[in-house]
Design a protein around this ligand. Sequence first.
Ligand SMILES: [Fe+2]
Ligand SMILES: [Fe+2]
Length: 371
Amino acid sequence: MNAQTAFMETDFTQMLVSNVESAADANQRALTNTVISPRFYTTDFKAMDKLDVSSVRQEWDLMMQEYEGDNNHDHFQRDAEFAQEVKTLMSKLDENLKQEFYDFLISSLTSEFSGCILYNEVRKNVSNPDIKKLMTYMARDESRHAGFLNSSLKDFNFGIDLGELKKSKSYTFFRPKFIFYATYLSEKIGYARYITIFRQLERHPDKRFHPIFRWFERWCNDEFRHGESFALIMRANPKLLQGVNVWWIRFFLVAVYATMYVRDHTRPALHDAMGFKSTEYDFEVFRITSEISRQVFPIILDIDHPQFKASLDKLTALSMAMSIAKAQGGLLNILKKGVFALSAVLEFGKLYFIPVIQSKLPSQVRLQPTW
Ligand SMILES: [Fe+2]
Ligand SMILES: [Fe+2]
């Protein structure tokens, strides 16, 4: 399956509307693939094994030293106040906000664990020492991240059975270049999302309704570094950033941004509790990600183009209409869903063809997480 068909074949109607009330519900949510939920990936390991990073050797070696230094080795442990904060803060929240927060924890965990599985599989299936070493470090980090999120789910008795999830969730095959575009973006967006939340709650500590947000600053530096690794791999293989591949990069940018926007607009109460609107939060994340991605992508999306937000809002409305039609059931709603799905594909096309901004690649690839 290629990237485009993976997106097009997704059931737009499988939006999640039911509440999480038990561990079984939480596990089911992690397992279900929807257009807006994180997926698991597999790839061509032989092609991964042939990657050559010698043209960026100096920057690569410095990055590997950072991984070896492992400055977050002691970070993912709870402090003495954690349990008490969960109790006092969460008891004040209304059910709607709690549900959005559980959804946030489950989708974040699925996404972290997805990285963990992919990086581990690549590690096991390659002998190329550069790639093997990199994947070992990244799998180490993602496993800590997933474990830390899972311990917060366990506080509510919603722990995810990671062994079962690994076995039962379906895997999407992506060629290595699609893995690079998608994973680079998801790592950098992950950084931008976590740092935006951290900075907001740093300014408004009264809005920090769960202690896990205190961990986000050092946490997102791991994600930033993971993104740097894929940036170096792509810059070492410039063909990935030229010709027809620029159309693929554009596709991934649009798909990843749109997915995030639609998903975040299913969680208005979560953003409201942190003191921002979902739209405002997402545009800040887009801005940071676009700024960072100039290190590797020759184009960035014109997020200030009036059609950009208009199309994202239309896609959000269509997803919601589809989930309502699905929940109501019946023949008429099946037809309605089909019409909405087609409109969503057309709207995605409009988004895709908004003129992009050309960007000149800098000679030095590496960036520091200074946002
Ligand atoms: Fe992570
Ligand atoms: Fe990561």
